[in-house]
Design a binder for this molecule. Structure first.
Ligand code: UDX
Length: 434
């Protein structure tokens, strides 16, 4: 099958490379000439484990190519995926669909013969209808079907998530489109991943409902962690205790500094807006968003308390800046709110992250950056673990203690054991553990 990806960002690139790896012939298109030139040179613009090899192998095999010219690959395609950005619109939190609508116009002008046009970007309910309307209006004679096929890729685990999904959701009621989508995903459903066919609006909502539910689960355990601290309980054991109930499930119950990233914050806001517009407000999700926002700032207060009530003129070492491990993504990272609040409180900050320092430097030019974890904590008055990179899980604790000016560790991801840390003489504070 011939597949064309419109948008070679995170979702387009990962999906394109994975489809090529299944044996399909894939062209990734982007209007950013610099990005396409870099991809042609074999440079991957994002950090995603395994993606560079996957791209290189499939380029070498002749199944994956990159271009800024949309028309040719779209005319040749059986399926065109729209994987362009849908940022939060400034001011009102709605998803900005201008890139999706423009892609629809460009695509319909170029298609040749029956073509399935798939919205892969996370788009509000009803966007498929709008894309179809724009395409019909632009070119009434064109033969196409618009399908919704949301992605459920986690950064850092995107290739595994694509190749071994829990499910594939496909929103279409068009039989020809259904057949094309089945052929595209054949390698996966042969491996027993369920293909869930639904109406298009239902498929669009599944994506938002899924992310809102996961954000709720995280926020629930985060508030439970606060309560654990007050009542003298242990949130990790509470999470395990409830998670073993199959109806609840153990995943996404890690208490921490609040969720961040490119999806949860943006998608929960967009869902809330849609629900408000439809006069069917999602009060629970509205509360989740508010609680999560407050939490990031509350983490700074926790750090200040662990430092004896003040961080003025104290040197605070921050390990981990990305919103989660195995990514260089700083979008909505808790570290941003935490660092800002600590600077406001008069602290001096030195930070280290294995992958996110380049983007962090442009977002937070006022702090210092260290070349590695131990250099970061050298002479610091406290160490704060903000992102749970594997490299931080097995630090040499003797070295940590010797390097710190005061042996204070605030572990916002619960990667160390309280008993051991106290036994080693650290002042150790984590999340949800009295
Ligand atoms: C998420 C969804 O998982 C994915 O299906 C969707 O397509 C895109 O959004 P991603 O944002 O890459 O993926 O990261 P994820 O691993 O889901 O983590 C999101 C945030 O929640 C991170 O800030 C993470 O630290 C936090 N989190 C996650 C917790 O605090 N506790 C948990 O138990 C799980």
């Amino acid at each position: 099958m011939r597949v064309t990806m419109i948008g070679s960002g995170y979702v387009g690139l990962v999906s394109g490379a994975c489809f090529a790896d299944f044996g399909h012939e894939v062209t990734c298109v982007d209007t950013d000439a610099g990005k396409i030139a870099a991809l042609k040179r074999g440079e991957i613009p994002i950090y995603e484990p395994g993606l560079d090899d996957l791209v290189a192998n499939n380029v070498r095999a002749g199944r994956l190519s990159f271009t800024t010219e949309l028309a040719g690959p779209v005319a040749a395609a059986d399926a065109v995926f729209i994987a362009v950005g849908t940022p939060s619109r400034r001011g009102d939190g709605h998803a900005d669909l201008s890139y999706v609508h423009q892609a629809a116009r460009d695509v319909v002008a170029a298609i040749d013969g029956f073509t399935v046009v798939v919205t892969k970007s996370t788009v509000p309910v009803g966007t498929g209808d709008e894309v179809e309307r724009i395409m019909r209006e632009t070119r009434p004679d064109a033969d196409f079907a618009v399908v919704s096929n949301p992605e459920f890729l986690r950064e850092g685990a995107a290739i595994a998530d694509f190749k071994r999904p829990d499910r594939i959701v496909i929103g279409t009621e068009d039989d020809r489109a259904r057949k094309v989508m089945e052929d595209l995903y054949r390698p996966l459903y042969l491996n027993a991943a369920p293909l869930l066919f639904t109406a298009r609006r239902t498929s669009e909502l599944i994506k938002y409902a899924g992310n809102a539910f996961l954000a709720t689960k995280i926020t629930f355990i985060n508030e439970m962690a606060d309560l654990c601290e007050r009542v003298g309980a242990n949130v990790q054991e509470v999470a395990r205790g409830i998670g073993l109930d199959n109806r609840i499930g153990g995943k996404f119950l890690h208490a921490g500094p609040g969720y961040g990233g490119s999806c949860f914050p943006k998608d929960t806001l967009a869902l809330i807006k849609t629900a408000q517009d439809m006069e069917s407000p999602l009060r629970l999700v509205e509360t989740v968003v508010a609680v999560n926002d407050q939490r990031k700032r509350a983490m700074a207060r926790k750090i200040i308390a662990a430092c004896g009530g003040s961080v003025r003129a104290k040197r605070i070492a921050i390990l981990g800046l990305a919103f989660k491990p195995n990514t260089d993504d700083m979008r909505e990272a808790p570290s941003l709110s935490i660092v800002t609040a600590l600077l406001d409180a008069g602290a001096e900050i030195v930070a280290y992250d294995p992958e996110a320092m380049d983007s962090a430097k442009s977002l937070m030019p006022e702090i210092a950056y260290a070349p590695d974890a131990y250099a970061c904590l050298d002479g610091a008055d406290a160490l704060v673990i903000v992102t749970e990179w594997d490299a931080f899980r097995a630090l040499d604790l003797d070295r940590v203690k010797a390097a710190l000016r005061h042996p204070v560790v605030i572990d916002l991801r619960n990667i160390y054991r309280s008993g051991e840390m106290h036994a080693r003489g650290f002042t150790y504070v984590n999340v949800g553990n009295a």
